[in-house]
Design a protein around this ligand. Structure first.
Ligand code: BEZ
Length: 623
């Protein structure tokens, strides 16, 4: 038989099939949540602006608010964002929400939080925004409801810190608060924001504290010549961030120390265990006090993805009223963190066609039209969950998160070679468990020197390289476990966990696990990752050093994804002990890395035999 015509015929039919698939995808109806043209508020008002209105809090401190009002008679529902980032340039202002909503019949307000910009008082993140002694958010909602232009209904919105200020009002239940739309915020400030698996979110917290909070702290703290000196020091610190990330111990980080506005930074380093300091500001512990419907928006590559998912699932299941329970909504796109990244198609090194079908302001208008104006727009008739399935590159609705039909499937680590990568071991990955002796596999080891960590190349980070990026340069320095090219595509949607049976020559070390999608051209695209500091293996609230050379079982939380590994691609799991500067470096000593400077090199070993079968648990979705 002449193979050439057969190959040509095969190529032709493949081309026809993929053209047909593309046509069907284009013709596929959009999920209703993304369809346009239903009942919605129209832009019919010009906008009246009042700036720097001072709102008194219960303790007498006055917080500044800017008000964007529809120019019309009557009373209107109100929307509030509370920001530490300057009400004139907040996350909502940057996406034009003030003009968009005011033109459509909402009074839109942005407030400087306590101790920031035009507001009075001392700044300390989060503690004045919730249910503790000062309840600035609640005081503000009550004030809004009493204004002559208010119809007594208030919605809260924002993202990141300003989303957190919204979540933190809900448990105080001000009667005027009717609904919320929150982007990319946390349930647990310890494990979803400041630390992760016991490791400090170093690059994010340190760059955020310097670059984002720094300038206003300096302006408010210093006067005259001192201010000039402080400005110059801050500018130098911002310029030197990349170098200063390496500073040890972190509790003596240059510049920030001794400046009162940054007290929280050192408090956070001092509170490097979960405990009462964190529980007093933990939204997740208050899900039972939520009484309103909340729309939660997140990104697969967002630094606060876990918080978005946990707040949705927690309030949906155990919210404090029938209005909260079962009335939560979730949308997760393929995005990295930030207001202007919602709807982006280009993310990291990938392109996600159709990701722009979510219009950030339009999706929020439908929500608030339903809950603040009572418009019958069908939003509550739609499934509660909308996710962007990467690889398939399309939006899909779901009835719940996690998906009930997911089959949690172990993929086991085996010796190699997989023949696909230059790494420390080039191991293999498969759903087959390891075989008993005589085939039982030797463990795989690597040296981890804190002075020579694996560098951050992307992922759910902020202020440094982020998103889905090629991790071959990290794989070279890691243990890797890679499948054969997939004969059929495989969808993984849901929470992901790795189980390592592992030992270290040190009394403490970190375990960093990455899940990657390996393209036929060799690119090793990061899908999800996670870290566990060994001393926190039993509890984030109680650390216990490990015994050197003793095997422990570690569960590493890689959070979640929705990704279709296409036919011909491979699945890769990589293991190392660092991802710096994203996470602070474990020094492999008994001194906690936030407070120590002396480090040791550790020899870290992962076991692959039937009694100690290290593996990753993938939520596989039947296709
Ligand atoms: C945000 O709104 O997502 C954001 C604002 C400032 C710094 C980081 C994030």
């Amino acid at each position: 038989m002449n193979p050439a015509p057969t190959r040509r015929a095969a190529a032709l039919s493949a081309a026809i099939i993929s053209a047909a698939a593309a046509f069907l995808l284009l013709c596929a109806p959009l999920p209703p949540a993304l369809a346009q043209g239903q009942t919605e508020s129209q832009p019919e008002y010009s906008v009246i602006v009042e700036r720097d209105v001072m709102v008194p809090m219960t303790d007498g401190t006055r917080l500044a608010i800017d008000i964007y009002r529809p120019n019309g008679s009557g009373r209107f529902p109100a929307l509030l964002e509370r920001t530490p980032y300057d009400k004139g340039n907040s996350s909502e202002i940057r996406v034009g929400a003030h003009e968009y909503f005011a033109a459509r019949g909402y009074v839109f307000m942005v407030q400087d939080t306590r101790g920031r910009f035009a507001s009075e008082g001392e700044f300390y993140p989060f503690l004045d925004d919730g249910w503790l002694e000062n309840r600035d958010g609640t005081d503000t909602v009550r004030w809004i409801a009493a204004q002559p232009w208010s119809n007594g209904e208030v919605g809260l919105l924002g993202g990141s810190y300003t989303g957190q200020t919204a979540y933190m009002i809900a448990p105080t239940q001000p009667p005027a608060m009717k609904a919320m739309f929150v982007r990319e915020s946390a349930a647990d400030l310890f494990d979803h924001w400041v630390y992760r698996g016991g490791a400090f979110e170093h690059a994010f917290i340190t760059a955020w504290s310097t670059r984002t909070f720094g300038p206003n702290i300096v302006e408010r703290t210093f006067r005259g010549d001192e201010r000039e000196v402080a400005r110059a020091r801050l500018e130098a610190a911002i310029g030197n961030l990349e170098r200063d990330f390496w500073h040890l111990p972190l509790s003596r980080y240059p510049l920030l120390r001794g400046s009162p506005g940054w007290k929280y930074y050192y408090d956070w380093l001092a509170h490097n265990h979960d405990g009462p300091y964190w529980w007093q500001q933990n939204v997740g512990l208050n899900h039972g006090r939520f009484q309103v419907p909340v729309y939660h928006l997140g990104g697969w590559y967002d630094i606060f993805l876990k918080g978005t998912l946990e707040n949705f699932t927690g309030i949906q299941r155990s919210g404090g009223s029938a209005l909260a329970r079962g009335n939560q909504k979730l949308v997760i796109g393929p995005w990295v963190h930030g207001p202007t990244n919602v709807g982006k198609v280009e993310v990291g090194e990938l392109r996600f066609p159709g990701a722009d079908q979510v219009d950030y302001n339009a999706i929020r208008l439908r929500w608030f039209d339903r809950w603040l104006k009572g418009l019958d727009n069908g939003v509550m008739d739609e499934p509660p969950v909308l996710i962007y399935v990467m690889g398939d590159n399309r939006w899909r609705t779901e009835e719940a998160w996690p998906l009930a039909r997911a089959r949690v499937t172990p993929y086991y680590f085996h010796p190699g070679p997989s023949g696909s990568v230059a790494s420390l071991n080039d191991g293999a990955l498969s759903p087959e468990p390891p075989k008993p002796p005589p085939d039982a596999a030797h463990p795989a080891s690597f040296a981890y020197d804190p002075n020579d960590p694996v560098l951050t190349l992307g992922g759910n980070t902020l202020f440094i390289v982020n998103g889905p990026t090629d991790h071959r340069a990290a794989d070279v320095r890691s243990l890797t476990f890679t499948t054969a090219p997939l004969a059929q595509e495989l969808e993984v949607t849901g929470p992901i966990k790795a189980v390592l049976h592992a030992m270290s020559s040190a009394v403490d070390t970190d375990w960093v696990v990455r899940l990657g999608d390996v393209y036929p051209d060799g690119r090793s695209i990061l899908i999800a990752d996670g870290i566990l500091r060994a001393r926190f293996r039993e509890s984030l609230a109680r650390s216990r050093l490990i015994e050197p050379d003793r095997v422990y079982t570690y569960e590493i939380d890689l959070w979640a994804t929705s990704n279709v590994f296409k036919a011909g691609h491979r699945i890769r799991v990589s293991v190392h002990s660092s991802n710096f500067p994203r996470w602070d470096r474990n020094l492999n000593t008994a001194t906690s890395p936030e407070h120590g400077a002396r480090s040791e090199t550790a020899i870290n070993t992962v076991f692959l035999d039937p009694k100690r079968p290290s593996h990753i648990l993938l939520p596989v979705i039947p296709r």
